[in-house]
Write a protein that binds this ligand. Structure first.
Ligand SMILES: [Zn+2]
Length: 178
């Protein structure tokens, strides 16, 4: 299974994770899917999620409100959620789901995790780990994204997918820093 990220979704996820750093950000991802391909068109960051350094929790009532309104406003499917894993203290952030992430992910949903660490040098975005991560640096921030899918029935484990973002791998961070 391959997850494609649009330019719009990539920008929303990158900027909301950098804005909230060193706390976590959280939001919904919208798009469409077939058996083999999921395309994330939009990422909607939650402004009222309860942000911590190691956790982030959406407000239940507000989450239901946004989901209900989105269903009326957009014909894109609600594919799942995204959140960030920021570096904290001496702990380097990794784009892997915690036990809590796996438990809270709804069956049939996709979870995009973006790990944010400090960076010293610009680095182009590229597809790494045999296509299972999208990684690169923006300004002082090193970002790594990965996506995880929980099957709809009978399986409490999550499966890692491939991730592709043609927009991200096509630009030069050097140019952005000038
Ligand atoms: Zn997490």
């Amino acid at each position: 299974m391959t997850v494609y990220l649009s330019e719009t979704a990539f920008l929303s996820i990158v900027l909301s994770s950098i804005e909230a750093y060193k706390k976590e950000c959280y939001g919904l991802i919208l798009g469409y899917r077939t058996d083999k391909l999921w395309r994330i068109e939009y990422a909607i960051p939650y402004q009222t999620a309860d942000r911590g350094h190691k956790t982030v929790t959406p407000h239940g009532l507000r989450d239901r409100r946004v989901r209900a309104c989105l269903a009326q406003l957009s014909c894109f499917e609600q594919l799942g959620t995204f959140h960030s894993h920021p570096a904290w203290g001496s702990l380097r952030a990794v784009a892997k789901p915690s036990t809590e992430d796996i438990q809270s992910l709804m069956p049939g949903d996709l979870d995009l995790i973006v790990a944010v660490n400090d960076a010293r040098h610009p680095r182009r975005f590229r597809h790494a780990e045999n296509g299972r991560t999208l990684t690169g640096n923006v300004s002082d921030f090193a970002l790594t994204m990965a996506t995880f899918y929980k099957p709809p029935m009978g399986d409490e484990q999550v499966r890692r997918t491939l991730i592709r973002c043609p927009y991200a791998v096509g630009f030069e961070p050097d140019v952005m820093l000038k």
